[in-house]
Design a protein around this ligand. Structure first.
Ligand code: 4NP
Length: 153
C-alpha cells in the first residue's frame, strides 16, 4: 500500500484534480487496493468547500469527477503519507517549513514525474481564464501517468 497526498495552496483547483486523475489511472490499472489517495491545501481558506466550479467543469469534460472537499494539511499527514506531492515551488517551501525533519524526504514536486515536459510547476489557475484550467489538466495527466509508472513494480 502506497499513500499519496497531493498538495496545492487552496485544495480547490490543482490538487483535487491531481487526486481525481491519479485515482482514474489507478482504477483503470485495476490497482485500487494498492493506493490510498487524498489531497490537501497549505491554507485553510476554502476548508469544507467542494472544488472550484470552473475546475470541475473543465475536468468533467475530460471525464474526471472532482468530488473532494477542501481541507488544510494536518501535521499527522506527514507521518501517514509516503509521498507528498507539491504542485509548485511555493507549496514545496511551505510544506518543508511545517514538515518534521524525519519526513522531509517524502515531499516532491509533482512535475518531477513528467520530466520530459521540462516544466517545474503546475501554474495556479485561480485568477486566470479557462486556458489555465486546461493547462492544469494537460500537465497533471502526464505527471499522473509518470507517477503511476514510477510506482509500478
Ligand atoms: P489551488 O488554487 O491552490 O490550485 O486550489 C487556488 C485556490 C484558491 C486561492 C488560490 C489558488 N486563493 O487565493 O484563495
Amino acid at each position: 500500500m502506497t499513500r499519496v497526498l497531493f498538495v496545492c495552496l487552496g485544495n480547490i483547483c490543482r490538487s483535487p484534480t491531481a487526486e481525481a486523475i491519479f485515482r482514474d489511472k489507478v482504477n483503470q490499472a485495476g490497482r485500487e487496493a494498492d493506493f490510498e489517495i487524498d489531497s490537501a491545501g497549505t491554507i485553510g481558506e476554502h476548508s469544507g468547500h467542494p472544488a472550484d466550479g470552473r475546475m470541475r467543469d473543465h475536468a468533467s469534460r475530460r471525464g474526471y469527477d472532482l468530488t473532494s472537499i477542501s481541507r488544510k494539511i494536518h501535521p499527522a499527514d506527514f507521518d501517514r503519507y509516503d509521498l507528498i506531492l507539491a504542485m509548485d515551488r511555493e507549496n514545496l517551501v511551505d510544506l518543508r517549513d511545517i514538515c518534521p525533519p524525519e519526513h522531509r524526504g517524502k515531499i516532491r514536486l509533482m512535475m518531477n514525474y513528467a520530466a520530459n515536459l521540462g516544466v517545474e510547476s503546475v501554474p495556479d489557475p485561480y485568477y486566470g481564464g479557462s486556458q489555465g484550467f486546461e493547462r492544469v489538466l494537460d500537465l497533471l495527466e502526464v505527471a499522473c501517468e509518470g507517477l503511476l509508472r514510477e510506482l509500478t513494480p
